[in-house]
Structures are given as C-alpha cells and as structure tokens.
Write a protein that binds this ligand. Structure first.
Ligand SMILES: *[C@@H]1O[C@H](CO)[C@@H](O)[C@H](O)[C@H]1NC(C)=O
Ligand SMILES: *[C@@H]1O[C@H](CO)[C@@H](O)[C@H](O)[C@H]1NC(C)=O
Ligand SMILES: *[C@@H]1O[C@H](CO)[C@@H](O)[C@H](O)[C@H]1NC(C)=O
Ligand SMILES: *[C@@H]1O[C@H](CO)[C@@H](O)[C@H](O)[C@H]1NC(C)=O
Length: 413
C-alpha cells in the first residue's frame, strides 16, 4: 500500500459537487455491471489497523491475520469470520532495515515453506519512493516468535520501482527453490524476481520481470501506473481448463479522506490478470496484455456501503472448503478515516476461468466440501492437505474440479 496524498487543486464547493455527481454516476454504473454480495461476516477485532491483511490458516485450524502498521499487528481467530483477537505484534523491536518507517511496518505477507513461516514486509513512509522489503521467520506465527532477517535484497529501482507490497508464491511444495517474489510499486506497477531457497534473499539482484503496469493517464494529475499490492495465486480449473497463475492487484488510491477522495473510479479496487507461468506474460479477460496494453479485469470494486476495497490476498480456506479473497475497505456510512478501515472477505468462483466474487456460503453450502470439512478427513473429495501442504478440492455445487498446489498457508499485505 502506498499512501499518495493529493493536494487540493479545486475550490472545495466545486470539488464536493463534482465528487457527489461522479460518485452517483459511478455507483449507478457499478451497480449495473456488477452485483457483488456483501462482505462475509466478521466478529471481534475487524476494524482499525486492518490495512493490507495477510491471512494464513495454521495446521491446527487457527487463522492468523497480519496487518499494516505498528510492528505488524497479529490477530487470531478460529475462522476467517472471526472472532478475531489481537495478539500483539510480530517485530517488537521494529525492522533491522535502517530507513524511516522501520517502526511502522506495512503490507505483511506470510508464506509457509518447509515448515517455516516467512513474513515479508515493507519499510516505507508516506509518499516515499525510498523503501525496502524485509523478511522475518517463525515456526508458529505467534507474537514473540518472529526473527527479523532484514532486507531481502531487492535492488533500489532508482525510479523504476518502489520496494513495497511484497508477496511470495511457492510454485510447488516439492520444488522449494521455485519461490517468486512480486512487489511494487504504485508508480510502475508490479515487478517480480525469484528467491533463493530458503527465501530469505533474492536469487539474483540483477534479474527482474515486469508483470503489470497501467500507463493510462489518470485525472487530476495523479501518477500513472497506480497499481500495487500484488498477490499471485495458483489454481487449476475444472476439466481441461488448465493451471493458471492469477495475478491479483489493487489499482487506484487506497486511503484518501474527504474532500480528497480519489476521483470516482480511481479509488482502490481489486483487479486480476492471469498467465500459465508465474513470470507471465499476463493477460486480462479481454485478452489485453497487462504490461503493454493496460490490461486488468475488475474483481471487486466499490458497491453499497463498501468503498475502495483492496490490499487483498487470496487463499483456499480449508475451514470453508472454498477459495476466499480477503481485503480491507471503508464504509462511507461510518467514515473514511484511517482507523475506520474494515476487514472483509468473500468467496471466489473460478467456474468461468476468471475469479468472480460470490457469497461463499451460497456457493458451497450443502456440498460434499462442506460435509467433508465437518468430517475433517477429506475423503469425500473435498479439502485434503498433504504433508507438503498440497491442497486438493474436487467438488462444489458449481461443478468445478480444482486442484490447488501452493505452499499451503499464505497471504499478502
Ligand atoms: C485490534 O487490533 C489492533 C491492531 O490491528 C490493535 O491496535 C487494537 O488494540 C485491537 N483492539 C482490541 C480491542 O484488542
Ligand atoms: C549483478 O551485477 C553486478 C554488476 O554488474 C555484478 O557485479 C554481480 O556479480 C551480479 N550478480 C549476479 C548474482 O549475477
Ligand atoms: C488503469 O487506469 C485507468 C485510469 O486511471 C483506470 O480507469 C483503469 O481501471 C486502470 N486499469 C487497471 C487494469 O488497473
Ligand atoms: C470420512 O468422511 C466420510 C464422509 O465425509 C465418512 O463417511 C467417513 O466415516 C469418515 N471417515 C473417518 C475415518 O472419519
């Protein structure tokens, strides 16, 4: 997440009127094109410092949620719906990275590789392009168990990229070396490089791939390429649909408050591109290239009392027996303040080959997934977790047959 503060350039009354008009037209448009279910239930600690969540389900069924600010907030719950209980922070002494922001860490992302949890985070400051990405490890994820290792060695982009919003993807649990880091970047979109094994440092600081950027001119002098918060998710579609890497990202401005809200359509929203390989090329649903043709398909935008959803992660939720997207958003009825942010989540249906936000309860209720989840033995073709974190699903009401291979639990910020 990057917090871009826009200077006021128009008379307040004109701005307000314009915003109201544009907000109205955009919400009508959005309603016409997308019908989103409301966010799934959340109880306990669901608002406040919940920006850029990363959710991981531990083997014992405890959900860990890591969020931006302080020294990385940790909350736990028995399900993604809560009740969430604050546990403390991950890095009580801040980061070893000697940059401003080392005590106010952003955008955590957690991946389990060979039994160890790797937490990557950003050290940055509002408006800064001089940031860095660090990593910490733990065997349990509990507060007080994390060891900081400092910078992972992504080189300074020198204007080409900003080192924020990291995400780790493990291509296959049997190939631990194939862990990819995506990051960035607000100004030039999403970049990627491969990690060493274990993933404490980049494999080669001289090598990177540009996965996504948006060069469309944005209104009000806003920077182009305002996409960030990437999250790569590997998913196998039903039938001969293939195994795809879905590159989720957040497009637009994340955290502005009235009267400085991003112009309608320019506020945070969750987009996706996909590729058969983690290194791309990525295309959107209309076949537009996501680096050279401003591609990106909308997954979740503002609707109803949900404004500027983003900072998302995606996981196969073994508890619910389906894929979920989780994110932060604000409720205009409550307020846009930094402490008004809310943790949200929904199901994702890949039946069309592209992720569609659904109410997970509706999609999976009464399926074999749901009953096997209760039985907990996975023998009826639902969630099955192998010793190496391989998760396979074979049923849903939508008829999808899907196999997920990931590093098991993972999340982003
Ligand atoms: C909720 O979690 C935040 C961190 O995300 C923490 O600062 C706050 O104290 C927690 N609130 C309660 C009531 O535990
Ligand atoms: C990266 O490039 C620098 C400068 O050209 C070189 O010294 C270094 O050996 C390279 N590193 C790798 C891992 O190739
Ligand atoms: C690209 O930027 C334009 C202008 O801000 C925006 O309308 C569009 O949704 C963006 N596309 C993606 C894929 O982020
Ligand atoms: C496994 O689950 C199935 C139904 O989901 C049930 O019939 C079977 O008894 C369960 N087996 C064990 C060992 O729990």
């Amino acid at each position: 997440m990057h917090r871009f503060s826009l200077r006021h350039t128009m008379p307040p009354l004109l701005t307000t009127t314009l915003l109201l008009l544009l907000l109205l037209s955009t919400s009508l448009l959005t309603t016409a094109q997308h019908t989103y279910p409301p966010p799934g239930a959340c109880t306990g600690n669901c608002t406040g410092s919940v920006h850029d969540p990363s959710v991981v389900r531990r083997a014992d069924g405890t959900y860990f949620r890591f969020t931006t600010n302080g020294r990385i907030n940790i909350a736990t719950a028995p399900s993604i719906a809560g009740p969430w209980t604050y546990q403390g922070c991950a890095l009580p002494h801040g980061s070893r990275i000697a940059l401003p922001g080392r005590d106010d860490l952003w955008a955590p992302d957690v991946l389990q590789v060979d039994g160890v949890f790797f937490l990557t985070y950003s050290v940055s400051a509002i408006g800064s392009r001089h940031s860095d990405i660090g990593v910490a490890t733990s065997e349990t994820m509990e507060a007080g168990t994390w060891t900081d290792h400092g910078s992972i060695g992504v080189p300074d982009g020198k204007g080409k990229w900003n080192r924020i919003d990291s995400n780790l993807l493990q291509l296959a649990p049997t190939q631990p070396a194939t862990v990819y880091l995506t990051w960035g970047s607000f100004w030039t979109g999403i970049h990627q490089t491969q990690m060493l094994n274990p993933p404490l440092r980049v494999l080669n600081p001289n090598t990177s791939v540009h996965l996504e950027q948006n060069t469309t001119v944005r209104p009000q002098g806003r920077p182009k390429g305002a996409s960030e918060g990437s999250y790569q998710f590997r998913w196998t579609l039903a039938g001969d649909g293939g195994t795809w890497i879905y590159l989720f990202f957040s497009s637009g401005g994340c955290c502005n408050i009235p009267p400085h809200l991003a112009p309608p359509g320019e506020e945070y929203k969750i987009m996706v591109c996909r590729s058969l390989t983690p290194t791309g090329p990525f295309f959107d649903r209309e076949g537009r290239d996501c680096v050279s043709d401003n591609g990106g398909t909308l997954v979740l935008g503002s609707h109803g009392d949900v404004f500027a959803p983003g900072g998302q992660g995606v996981m196969f939720d073994e508890g619910l027996g389906g894929v979920v997207v989780y994110y932060h958003y604000v409720r205009p009825s409550v307020g846009y303040g930094y402490g008004d942010f809310v943790f949200g989540w929904n199901g994702l249906d890949f039946g069309s080959g592209w992720p569609v936000v659904v109410a997970l309860e509706d999609s999976y209720a009464g399926t074999e997934s749901a009953s096997a989840k209760t039985a907990g033995n996975g023998t009826s073709g639902a969630a099955e977790t192998g010793s190496e974190g391989v998760v396979a699903t074979e049923s849903s009401r939508l008829g999808a047959t899907s196999t997920l291979t990931s590093g098991g639990a993972r999340g982003r910020g």
